[in-house]
Ligand binder design. Structure first.
Ligand code: FAD
Length: 487
């Protein structure tokens, strides 16, 4: 249906920050008829969805996101013709492998039936837990990837899911009898950055597993930059402009624009908003809490990783940490300001499935573990000891490595405050009120006479539904802005 041009808002909008949420916001604004300028501090756009030669020439590394279940399953991104703009998803034969000390690996198969067979004694429990959401992903995804609480369009499905919200991963894992399945579930739940005995950690594990079966855990050919570049081409096709190497230090420099969408976290919003934010809103943003950070290493490798369990070579993502209890101890430590002796790692080996990432016969991989926010500890020996535990001889394959402490991550993307890759801890309070009860709308002080009453919104992963490359924070924030403009 075509809207008449009279229904379309007019004027100049701008977006600060070119992460996936900033780009999603820019697309919604441009589609509504606004002229959009997007400003990005860094020389390469994409925020934590960038791909760069971080080690040696010819080795392409994802600076941040590498595997994109929520990118491929995002209701917004999947509504865009991104394939026509260069995006191609690659699926490894299995989404995930989880090696164990006996030299075998638990493999999460993409097909739910095959996964159930592979998980043998826990197969039925696994299938019964996941099936309603896997089969109804297209109804389920828009419900979970938006602000909560809101009135569900599929109340039965969501009521079933909501029952799991208060459950910790530890409680949810009681569904499973085998230590192997419990270990698999611990790795999935550890993506939450929560302690595995905290509420919500269970729902994270479920969401990660459901997405693996419903859409897979694909990598973009060429790296996450391909997703960013496809989004930018689409923004430009809509008439938007992306200006890189352009840091916004204050909202006062953006007087020609209304609305302004900020793909930044609360700490930066406080800085650039200054006295334009109301006092109560400023106080609430000051109370916003960041979560544990990431300690990340990028590797250029002379050969594929020499896994003891050969099944690990079937999956782009490998969870390293052993048993449920070990992973739980690692995550509890990071949440409580400590460093685990045997940290849980998320490792990605993209070049096994996408040869464009490294020179012929060579490989790339990245791995990170969770550490206290802003930690300065050198986790490299512990991180590599964990990889060696399941892949003896790994160190001999390393041609070059690039280590990112939490501070290094933040220096390359200001949103990664203290190394927090989720835009703020996602506990119950910040799940419901993210970053405040106002969600996307920023409370601004009344303008002085003659001042332009601009509307300001926050659209980063510090808003609902939170971290991950799905663009839904930017989508919902921009839709809110467009609705407000039409009022
Ligand atoms: C190491 C790592 C691994 C990850 N792995 C995955 C994964 O495998 N899968 C997944 O789905 N997610 C992953 N993530 C998380 C995911 O990348 C983020 O949740 C997502 O990028 C958040 O998008 P965003 O748009 O909110 O913010 P960002 O991507 O952080 O983008 C914010 C942008 O705003 C810019 N900016 C900030 N302040 C200003 C300013 N004042 N002026 C101009 N520009 C500004 C920044 O430079 C940056 O480019 C990972 C992140 C990291 C760091």
């Amino acid at each position: 249906m075509h809207r008449s041009s009279r229904d379309r808002p007019k004027g100049n909008a701008c977006v600060i920050g070119s992460g996936p949420n900033g780009l999603a916001a820019a697309i919604v604004l441009a589609r509504s008829g606004l002229r959009v300028d997007l400003f990005e501090t860094e020389a390469i756009p994409g925020g934590a969805a960038r791909t760069m030669e971080l080690t040696l020439p010819g080795f392409l590394h994802d600076f941040g996101s590498a595997v994109h279940p929520l990118g491929a399953g995002s209701p917004f991104f999947s509504s865009l013709p991104l394939r026509d703009y260069g995006l191609e998803w690659i699926h490894s034969p299995a989404p995930l492998a989880h090696p164990l000390d006996d030299g075998t690996a638990v493999v999460l198969e993409r097909d739910l039936g095959e996964a159930a067979s592979a998980l043998s004694e826990d197969g039925k429990a696994w299938r019964d837990l996941m099936r309603p959401f896997v089969e109804h992903w297209s109804e389920f995804a828009p419900e979970v990837l938006r602000p909560i609480p809101s009135i569900p369009r599929h109340p039965w499905l969501m009521a079933r899911f909501a029952l799991s919200v208060p459950l910790s991963a530890k409680t949810t894992a009681h569904h499973f009898r085998s230590e192997r399945t419990r270990a698999l579930f611990a790795g999935l739940a550890a993506h939450s950055f929560l302690s595995l005995d905290e509420p919500l950690s269970g729902i994270f594990g479920l969401l990660m597993a459901i997405s693996a079966h419903a859409v897979g855990w694909p990598i973009p050919r060429g790296g996450s930059q391909s997703l960013t570049d496809a989004l930018i081409r689409y923004v430009e096709m809509l008439g938007g402009r992306v200006k890189v190497s352009c840091r916004i230090g204050s909202l006062d420099s953006l007087s020609p624009y209304d609305p302004i969408l900020c793909d930044v976290t609360p700490r930066q919003l406080l800085r650039i908003g200054g006295s334009r934010l109301t006092r109560p809103y400023t106080r609430r943003l000051q109370e916003f809490r960041y979560g544990p950070g990431a300690f990340k290493v990028d590797y250029a490798l002379s050969a594929p990783i020499p896994w003891k369990a050969r099944d690990c070579a079937r999956a782009a993502t490998v969870h390293i940490g052993g048993s449920f209890d070990e992973i739980a101890a690692s995550e509890k430590a990071a949440r409580n300001g400590q460093h685990a002796d045997r940290p849980f790692l998320i490792l990605v080996q993209p070049s096994l499935f996408d040869p464009s990432r490294a020179p012929a016969g060579k490989h790339t991989a990245w791995a990170y573990c969770h550490v206290p926010n802003g930690s300065t500890a050198d986790m490299l020996p512990r991180l590599e000891a964990q990889i060696e535990r399941f892949a003896p001889g790994f160190r001999d394959c390393v041609l070059a490595r690039r280590v990112f402490s939490p501070e290094d991550l933040e220096s390359m993307d200001a949103n990664l405050v203290g190394g927090d890759i989720q835009g703020g801890v996602l506990d119950i309070r910040q799940f419901l009120f993210r970053p405040t009860w106002r969600h996307y709308r920023v409370a601004t002080a009344r303008p002085l006479p003659g001042e332009n009453p601009q509307k300001i919104y926050i659209c980063s992963s510090s808003t609902p539904p939170g971290g991950g490359v799905h663009g839904m924070c930017g989508y919902h924030a921009a839709r809110t802005a467009v609705r407000d403009l039409k009022r």
